[in-house]
Design a protein around this ligand. Structure first.
Ligand code: E4P
Length: 216
């Protein structure tokens, strides 16, 4: 499973990118709104940091706005993937942008049927929102598993991105059931690195190393 960072924060993106495992970035209007500066410049800067897909979402929601803004975003850098919410206008926009050679990520996906339609319309990526499904008392990982098993049966050029990841177990589960990608918030990536036994082990090795050095 490839790891994307779910963030529009340049410092976070730089820091996580330096760890060497990052394959891409996802942003959305809510993440962009938390940052200062021009949206398009932000996208350009992220593309200059990460060597992989950088997902950016048009701010308008009509078909006309999505294709207009989608073309502008895609013109910023060849790695830009345009995020399109799954709805009737969104499906039309996905088809239109594909014909222009622009990759899209169908976002706000909550069911296998939505995923199937987005894949058939030509979405390069599909983002089921695991955490938001949990939030309303359903099982987000189950929905993700259903989407994976449906799309796996057909030779579609679509990768599934486990999105709306809330904690480390979401990541483990997404990897266990074969999600192609997980897009993970900064805090969750930091938590994935940590294990109390690793901390204890490092402390003991440091202490024993010092003991050895003091004898020599
Ligand atoms: C992914 O592409 C989305 O930007 C993100 O994962 C949404 O997560 P949230 O439900 O925590 O807002």
């Amino acid at each position: 499973m490839k790891i994307f960072l779910d963030s529009a924060n340049i410092q976070e993106i730089r820091e996580i990118n330096e760890l060497g495992f990052l394959s891409g970035v996802t942003t959305n209007p809510s993440l962009v709104a938390q940052e200062k500066g021009d949206f398009h410049q932000m996208v350009e800067e992220i593309c200059g940091i990460v060597d992989g897909p950088v997902n950016a979402e048009p701010l308008g929601i009509s078909y006309e706005d999505m294709i207009r803004e989608g073309e502008i975003l895609a013109g910023i850098h060849p790695n830009v993937v345009v995020k399109i919410p799954i709805c009737e206008d969104g499906l039309r926009a996905i088809g239109f942008l594909k014909k222009q050679g622009i990759q899209t990520n169908a976002t706000l996906v909550f069911s296998a049927n939505q995923a199937l339609l987005a894949a058939r319309a030509g979405a390069r990526y599909i983002s089921p929102f695991v955490g938001r499904i949990d939030d309303i008392g359903n099982d987000g990982i189950n929905v993700l598993a259903e989407i994976i098993s449906v799309l796996d049966q057909y030779a579609l050029d679509t990768e599934i991105i486990a999105a709306s990841i809330r904690h480390t177990m979401h990541v483990t589960e997404a990897a266990r059931i074969g999600s192609h990608i997980a897009t993970i918030p900064y805090k969750v990536i930091k938590a994935m690195v940590k294990h109390p036994l690793t901390d204890l082990g490092i402390a003991k090795f440091v202490k024993d190393g010092e003991k050895y050095l003091s004898k020599s």
